[in-house]
Ligand binder design. Structure first.
Ligand SMILES: Nc1ncnc2c1ncn2[C@@H]1O[C@H](COP(=O)(O)OP(=O)(O)OP(=O)(O)O)[C@@H](O)[C@H]1O
Length: 734
């Protein structure tokens, strides 16, 4: 039975012939001598291993046949119109790049050096109205390499010189696009400042160059996850999966070698994977859930994230990746995908009365039956508690945002039940210092909050998480075997206590994906405080698959100069993120008022729609709900099909979604318009005005992170509006 490998570069398979291609390849896997397949060698081919096969009257598949250990092995290059297939089969050579130890295709067609494109180098503040902005981009190749030394590393001559000469991301991408995948990724790594050793490790290349290019060596390399090829061997299921995800969802099959390492790695304890926006952290988690399930089908795997909406999208993507793996409820064998607060609610809802009572005593200091309702408007609940308790503290301390954080990060996290303990507790990590008297005053508010909500039969979400953590901790057996966490930077201490209690400490217990640059809720914390010890089991993804190099450079410039710390309390870099794609520089539209802004935005959207972009592929993102609402109606007034998208609503086909930046977290659009990146708009004055001096810095960082999240939602084009400061000042005072 012949083995099959799929090449990743291959042309899209037209939907109408996909079944015929699949049928052809399945037959090939069974027996390559089946008469209808017509596997034929090419006359005058540059590579004697080239073959064509008959998919239909009109279409031919191009294949390369290798013989290894008496076994036929076919690399499927693609399916083409009859004449194209003949031409491609004649002119394509399957090389084995000895330096890289990777097979790759070479084409007997000239590779053009791209025309240099002039992009003005301007910084953010100097940007003139509607100018594109291209933050500084440096090609590191010329520093350390010349053509010859690059060739020695495995880069073909045709790509070495143009890569050295690239002076913009677009020029470099043009070279990378033409190069075989491994060479392209190597050029990208070296051009963005990595050492050769680091790039080779990232790409999983063998430590020493290969010594021969026999079919045996090539087949061996194909089996051990070669970049750009997927070995499916004799498995009809894997073949179908590979073929189906060729056009869309390439992430389902073609993982970067680094992503694959994290998806399939095994560690003694908790592992932390960080990475900038769009580096494929979610993709790794989905693959890892599948990988763990396949290895241990009886295990209880939990995949969770910050919100229910994000969990729903994880569940949908997991069904696409692994349609046959059961998605189950918490505690059952299979993969349970759910939001972190839903986990907490589920634990509480299924606990016995005794368990709940014990937990309530420990968390809230009450033995009474706990309520079924949730506090849905925490701000109002805190405002009410302040009015009733009337504490003698400053306005900043009586602010709902401060009270909520203090309650979650200190009171609940430390299971504080009375004023005495609150006065004594170490408030590690909290910016604003509090003296004894202030603590006594604040305790009145916490006690009032608890009293009022309990009378109303309500629990806040963090209280539910704390109760669930207590319930699970008190049990002997945990309810999960492997827990995978997305968007971990936004979880609060109670969430971490819950996650710790969900699974026993041990091999592959927790796998945590985070991007500290995207922390838009809550405060910095360190995992070790909650019994989660990483002990060096942490790595970072740096290759951005979502957005262009130009958009990425802009997004990173937003956080420039801000110290970002990860979940282990270490400084997090952002200067070495890179992208495989290039596109137009982001454009800044400086507008004088709301009307001008919406005229400009409407004209951008109209241009895109006229160019064939689907309305639902354009995201309009605003800082505040009210601005999103106004923008949606202003667009409708200008005859643009648009609607405000609420947090948990589906995208409506044919409608431009207008939403808050918070709601856009974790999702992506082809084109994005960010409304309001002016200095009077972000940081949003109302979000930081009433913060204490010590909390303000973190508040401003969260606002910048929000803009970073918004800007990194764009796959292709990014447009940012800035309203003149005077108009935002005026509207604030109105
Ligand atoms: N190996 C891959 N091949 C092709 N596309 C990929 C690959 N890995 C990720 N992508 C694509 O890149 C985009 C970003 O991936 P993903 O959402 O997993 O990133 P992320 O790091 O979780 O991003 P964020 O932190 O912004 O939510 C998605 O469109 C995904 O399909």
């Amino acid at each position: 039975m012949p083995y099959v490998t799929m090449a990743s570069h291959q042309s899209k398979v037209d939907g109408s012939i996909k079944n015929q291609v699949l049928d052809f390849l399945h037959k090939l896997q069974k027996d390559d001598t089946t008469p209808g397949l017509h596997i034929e060698p090419m006359i005058d081919a540059r590579d004697r291993r080239a073959r064509t096969g008959r998919v239909s009257k009109q279409y031919r598949a191009v294949l390369f046949r290798l013989d290894s250990g008496g076994q036929a092995h076919y690399i499927y290059h693609g399916t083409y119109n009859h004449d194209d297939a003949i031409r491609i089969a004649r002119n394509t050579i399957l090389d084995f790049n000895l330096a890289l130890g990777m097979p790759e295709f070479r084409y007997e067609e000239p590779v053009e050096t791209p025309e240099p494109v002039f992009t003005p180098r301007v910084t953010y503040e100097q940007t003139a109205p509607t100018e594109p902005i291209a933050p500084e981009w440096v090609n590191h190749l010329p520093e350390n390499w010349d053509t010859e030394s690059l060739i020695e590393t495995g880069i073909s001559e045709a790509f070495a010189a143009p890569a050295l000469a690239a002076s913009t991301p677009a020029e470099l991408t043009a070279v990378i696009d033409r190069a075989p995948e491994a060479q392209g990724l190597m050029l990208l790594g070296l051009a963005t400042g990595d050492s050769l050793e680091a790039v080779r490790t990232d790409l999983g290349l063998p430590a020493t160059p290969a010594t021969d290019d026999s079919d045996d060596s090539i087949v061996e390399a194909l089996k051990s996850s070669s970049v750009g090829f997927v070995y499916v061997g004799e498995s009809p299921d894997e073949l179908r999966e590979a073929l189906e995800s060729m056009d869309i969802d390439r992430w389902r099959v073609f993982l970067h070698p680094e992503q694959k390492r994290y998806a399939e790695g095994s560690w003694k304890g908790a592992y932390r994977l960080s990475g900038g926006a769009g580096t494929g952290k979610t993709v790794v988690l989905l693959h890892r859930a599948r990988y763990l399930y396949r290895g241990e089908p009886d295990s209880r795997i939990v995949l969770t994230t910050f919100t229910r909406t994000l969990a729903d999208s994880l569940a949908e993507n997991f069904s696409r990746l692994a349609p046959k793996i059961p998605q189950v409820g918490l505690g059952e064998p299979g993969v349970a995908i759910t939001g972190i607060d839903q986990i907490a609610s589920h634990v509480l809802a299924t606990a016995t009365d005794d368990e709940k009572q014990l937990a309530a005593e420990r968390v809230l200091g009450v033995a009474a039956t706990i309520g079924n309702q949730r506090v849905t408007n925490a701000k109002k609940a805190w405002d009410d508690a302040v009015v009733m308790a009337d504490p003698d503290v400053t306005e900043e301390l009586a602010n709902p945002a401060f009270l909520e954080q203090e309650y979650v990060y200190i009171v609940l996290a430390n299971r504080i039940l009375d004023e005495r303990s609150y006065v004594r507790v170490a408030r590690t990590g909290r910016g604003t210092p509090l003296n004894r008297r202030q603590r006594q005053e604040l305790w009145k508010v916490f006690a009032q909050f608890r009293a009022t909500t309990q009378i109303d039969g309500q629990l806040s979400f963090p209280e539910v998480a704390a109760l669930a953590a207590e319930i699970l901790e008190a049990r002997e057996a945990p309810i999960a075997d492997h827990v995978l966490v997305d968007e971990a930077q936004d979880l609060n201490p109670l969430h971490w206590q819950l996650l710790r209690a969900l699974v026993a400490e041990g091999r592959n217990d927790l796998f945590i994906a985070e991007d500290s640059h995207q922390r838009i809720y809550g405060h910095k914390i360190t995992l070790s405080q909650y019994g989660i010890n990483i002990r060096g089991r942490a790595r970072r993804l740096r290759l951005n698959y979502r957005t262009t190099a130009e958009n990425l450079a802009y997004a990173i410039s937003i956080l420039d100069g801000n110290a970002i710390t990860d979940l282990e309390g270490e400084g997090e870099r952002s200067d070495d993120y890179r992208s495989v794609r290039s596109g137009p520089a982001p454009r800044i539209l400086d507008v004088s008022n709301a009307d001008d802004e919406m005229i400009a935005v409407a004209s951008e959207i109209t241009r895109w729609i006229d160019d064939g972009v689907k309305p639902e592929a354009i995201g309009v993102l605003a800082r505040a709900e009210s601005r999103a609402r106004d923008a949606a109606s202003a667009l409708v007034d200008r005859n643009i099909p648009a609607s405000q998208r609420r947090r948990d609503a589906e995208l409506t086909p044919g409608q431009v979604p207008v939403m808050t930046m918070h709601s856009a977290k974790g999702i992506e659009f082809q084109h994005v318009i960010v409304l309001g990146a002016g200095s009077g708009e972000i940081p949003a004055p109302w979000a930081i005005d009433r913060l204490t001096e010590a909390d303000r810095e973190d508040g401003i960082l969260r606002e910048r992170s929000l803009l970073y999240v918004a800007a990194t939602r764009a796959r292709d084009e990014l447009v940012v509006t800035r309203r003149a400061k005077e108009t935002t000042d005026r509207s604030r005072s109105e």
